[in-house]
Design a protein around this ligand. Structure first.
Ligand code: MSP
Length: 521
């Protein structure tokens, strides 16, 4: 069985997770479910990045020890992922002994090899990002990642000798053109960081102590990125007694990250792996950000939106649909209450929901709920619809295989629209009146068949809706699989439900827009 190991970033438990964090995780879960449907054995890793100065500060503010704070946050995070039905296989926390022990060992090993050396660091430090920058990397004198103030700081630190491996990484980039995707992000890394020459990376701190101690020099704690990135292998049991998963799943097939942390994943992580003599991940996909009308989400602007109230009010499938649909492959997406309600009312309620309802209604009215077998003769239009639908399956697969999820969804909705149009073109009510039994039967068959296909295509991200459609149409189990997508003539005397249920009830737009605005904090 082919295998697929996919990871999300491990998130900082510095505050409640918002829809941005949820987006990456939903995307990862969608890719996992798709791969499973295609016959892969999958492993999805997520978790939390619990060390560092910021976490220490946040805990202090709320009168807790850092450990108490991260323990609470881990519970919260797991609750959220369970609400969002994220089927992770492991949840790694960097404060767990299984992780800490291995990071200590890795640091030791890299020191012994001479890849890590002691020096002095002086630089411009961004506290929230826990990153030093050089003057030239700043944007308008501020942190290039988060836009906040930086501070000049100096401390004794251990450094990782990045320069030693830089050429090997350049070669690797040149030999593996899809290593970083989208290409624009790869070019950014290559031209702005690799070409001008990689700086050595500071890998320890003495200015705070909430971290993994360096064994040989315990006044230092391991700098958060060396600690954090290694989660992808410590979770699999690297250097531990049981390394079955490591053998089975490493190298990762896909590290999913936001564009904010591509630098760490695309430059430092591969170099750490080279130093450890481990194979590099197959691909890193850096997606864009969910933005609000007025820019980035931030508590100070009061425009942060959290997934829980959205899920509670509109259901999980609608939220997943919106997030995935709105974020294109390589650009940022925007969340607006208006956009959310519009997609809900148009795409989900009008286009998909009504298609199912109309179809079931007609089959009940014209054929007492039963559609016969594949028709013996079909019209030109039926043929066209069949081949259109097969074309959609093909392109959805292509898009999903390359993680263009939003485009895959658009393609699927093209099929929804095409099928709605097919009803208007064939005018079944006229066929009924004119008693064109066979033609009418063929139309009903094709409607059910398209809906069956749509239900299978949306299953990786809209599981409930998919199940509801398949159930209401009484599709047998063996015709609910991805593998059955291409079979167009297998339905036999299907008896659809007599009491169709509405998939998405139309919302009162003005009222709901206000409701969503009130959710923003
Ligand atoms: N702890 C590091 C990652 C270490 S991975 C070895 C970190 N954590 S974070 O909590 O700040 O999470 C960052 C990730 O959250 C981003 O890379 C992205 O995946 C996700 N997002 C955070 N805000 C986001 C948006 N507004 N939109 C989309 N994704 C966003 O960095």
């Amino acid at each position: 069985m082919p295998k697929f190991y996919i990871t999300t970033p491990i998130y900082y438990p510095s505050g409640k997770f918002h829809i941005g964090t949820a987006y990456t995780t939903v995307l990862a879960n969608t890719i996992k479910k798709y791969k499973q449907a295609r016959g892969y054995e999958t492993y999805l890793l997520t978790g939390m990045d619990e060390h560092g100065q910021k976490i220490q500060q946040v805990a202090q503010k709320s009168g807790k020890t850092p450990q108490e704070h991260v323990d609470e946050m881990a519970k919260e995070a797991k609750k959220l992922w369970s609400l969002m039905e994220i089927e992770y296989d492991d949840f790694i926390r960097t404060t767990e002994p299984r992780h800490e022990k291995v990071v200590e060992e890795i640091f030791d090993k890299l020191m012994k090899q001479g890849d890590i050396y002691l020096s002095q660091y002086e630089g411009l430090y961004c506290m929230p990002c826990e990153t030093y920058f050089t003057e030239t990397q700043l944007v308008d004198g501020k942190c290039p990642d988060c836009g906040r103030e930086v501070k000049k700081m100096k401390e004794e630190s251990y450094f990782f000798n990045m320069k030693k491996y830089a050429n090997r990484l350049i070669d690797f980039y040149n030999e593996n053109l899809n290593f970083i995707t989208p290409e624009s992000r790869k070019n950014e890394l290559f031209n702005n960081f690799l070409k001008p020459g990689l700086e050595d990376l500071c890998v320890s701190r003495t200015s705070f102590d909430w971290g993994i101690k360096v064994r040989k020099d315990p006044k230092h704690v391991v700098y958060v990125w060396l600690d954090a990135l290694t989660n992808y292998i410590t979770a699999l049991g690297y250097l531990s007694e049981d390394d079955t998963l490591m053998k089975k799943y490493w190298p990762a097939d896909l590290h999913l990250v936001g564009k904010d942390i591509i630098r760490f994943h695309g430059l430092y992580w591969p170099i750490f792996l080279m130093a450890l003599d481990l194979p590099l991940p197959k691909q890193i996909y850096a997606h864009g950000f969910i933005m609000m009308k007025d820019g980035k989400m931030s508590k100070s602007k009061g425009n942060v939106i959290y997934p829980e109230p959205l899920v509670e009010r509109y259901g999980l499938d609608a939220v997943k649909y919106f997030l995935l649909r709105e974020m294109s492959y390589s650009q940022d997406g925007t969340f607006t209450p208006e956009g959310f309600i519009e997609r809900f009312n148009f795409d989900l309620c009008n286009d998909l929901g009504n298609l199912l309802n109309r179809t079931i209604g007609m089959i009940n009215k014209y054929f007492k709920g039963e559609i016969a077998n594949y028709p013996t003769s079909i019209s030109e239009l039926d043929k066209q619809v069949e081949s259109y639908s097969s074309g959609v399956i093909h392109s959805v697969e292509e898009y999903m295989d390359t993680y263009h999820i939003s485009q895959a969804i658009q393609e699927t909705w093209n099929l929804v629209s095409r099928t709605n149009k097919y009803i208007d073109e064939t005018a079944p009510w006229v066929l009924y009146k004119e008693e064109k039994q066979e033609e009418l039967q063929s139309v009903m068959y094709h409607l059910v068949e398209n809906l069956r296909r749509i239900a299978i295509l949306i299953a990786p991200y809209m599981e409930h809706t998919s199940c509801q459609i398949l159930e209401q149409l009484a599709i047998p189990k063996e015709l609910q699989t991805w593998q059955s997508l291409n079979k167009y003539d297998q339905l036999k005397n299907n008896k659809v439900t007599q009491t169709p249920e509405v998939l998405f009830a139309r919302l009162e737009a003005a009222e709901e827009i206000e409701a969503i605005k009130a959710m923003m904090k």
